[in-house]
Design a protein around this ligand. Structure first.
Ligand SMILES: CC(C)(COP(=O)(O)OP(=O)(O)OC[C@H]1O[C@@H](n2cnc3c(N)ncnc32)[C@H](O)[C@@H]1OP(=O)(O)O)[C@@H](O)C(=O)NCCC(=O)NCCS
Length: 310
């Protein structure tokens, strides 16, 4: 039977989670997070989670997101493409992408973006890549997705003079200084961004209160009592963790602060039983790639971003 494509329902979430978990080995997704997100849609974007259903089985998945820029321009993004193994050699990737595009253009998006990655990062990535190219998208940039087994973590470097580490959970009374570093780092990260950085209110909702965000693993580095660098993570609260951001305020860079903070976050994660860490870097982000290289990450695969203007 030809799978039917439609918006996800709450009772599809368990199967959708399994599909994503198998389809994106380097992503620390949890079913709890998917249920939370279903009940708390992001307020700053218009998301439709599409599933392809074959009888009562969820066999395909893609998110369609519309983001409205400050000047009112509507931009669409089709991502998180996953397929059940037996549907990878069918036209399902192309049909999911087509359905997502229809959803986005109906909502007024005239600028479309999407992505596909190598197999180690996205199991059905090659099928989505073919569909993306066939629909006239152009490649604009690539990111490296890196991974490591924490059992191979080298000894931590010496603490930089005056450095003090704090868990993010210790900022529960006022997380704003962490938001400011996250925002400043995001502005300096190379590469195109799909969306403007979140307002503080949306950041509290999407990051701080997100059940997948790990406030115990995430660290801030303080100098003279003030946070100047962060290394933060989402995790499955069990074995896998994924970098959300590592950043140092501009005036404190190249003193080993980010490298030390990230190194220590991974050591503490290993002590808590985590076994695998993943991260993604724009291919031109030399300082971050240098840090990750020193820590011992290796390439899992490349993720390409494609765009199309209508
Ligand atoms: C990337 C970033 C976090 C690094 O912070 P930092 O505190 O300066 O980092 P460190 O001093 O610990 O380490 C920087 C490393 O980059 C290396 N480096 C710096 N500039 C470099 C360049 N142009 N080419 C190659 N390596 C470079 C340094 O030699 C050092 O590596 P080493 O420890 O092997 O010597 C910081 O530049 C930043 O906040 N950037 C914007 C946010 C960002 O891109 N974050 C990563 C998102 S994936």
């Amino acid at each position: 039977m030809t799978p039917q494509i439609r918006p996800v329902r709450k009772d599809d979430l368990s199967q959708s989670f399994t599909l994503i978990r198998n389809g994106f080995p380097a992503v620390a997704v949890t079913e709890e997070h998917m249920r939370w997100r279903f009940d708390h849609p992001r307020p700053d974007v218009d998301d439709t989670r599409l599933v392809a259903v074959d009888g009562d089985r969820v066999v395909g998945h893609m998110i369609s997101r519309v983001h409205t820029d400050e000047d009112g321009t509507r931009k669409g993004n089709s991502f998180y493409g996953a397929l059940a193994e037996e549907h990878r050699d069918t036209d399902l990737a192309a049909r999911l992408l087509e359905a997502s595009e229809a959803n986005l253009t109906e909502k007024g998006a005239a600028f479309l973006r999407t992505s596909a990655a190598q197999e180690g990062v996205q199991a059905a990535g090659e099928h989505f890549r073919e569909a993306i190219l066939a629909r006239g998208y152009e490649l604009v940039e690539s990111h490296h997705v890196l991974g490591m087994e924490l059992s191979r973590l080298p000894d931590p470097p010496q603490a930089p003079a005056g450095a003090e580490l704090r868990r993010w959970s210790e900022f529960a009374d006022d997380p704003r200084p962490l938001y400011e570093i996250d925002k400043a780092a995001d502005a300096d990260e190379p590469g195109e961004t799909a969306e403007d950085f979140l307002s503080y209110e949306f950041w509290l909702d999407s990051v701080w209160h997100n059940p997948m965000f790990d406030l115990e693993l995430s660290l801030a580095l303080l100098l003279d009592g003030a946070p100047v660098a962060i290394s933060c993570y989402s995790s499955d609260h069990d074995s896998r963790m994924e970098s959300a951001m590592t950043g140092t305020l501009r005036e404190y860079r190249n003193r080993g602060l980010a490298g030390y903070t990230k190194h220590m976050a991974l050591h503490r994660a290993r002590e808590r039983g985590f076994t695998h860490a993943y991260t993604g870097n724009h291919e031109t982000n030399k300082p971050m790639l240098a840090i990750n290289n020193r820590i011992g990450y290796s390439l899992v695969g490349t993720e390409n971003t494609y765009v199309k203007r209508l």
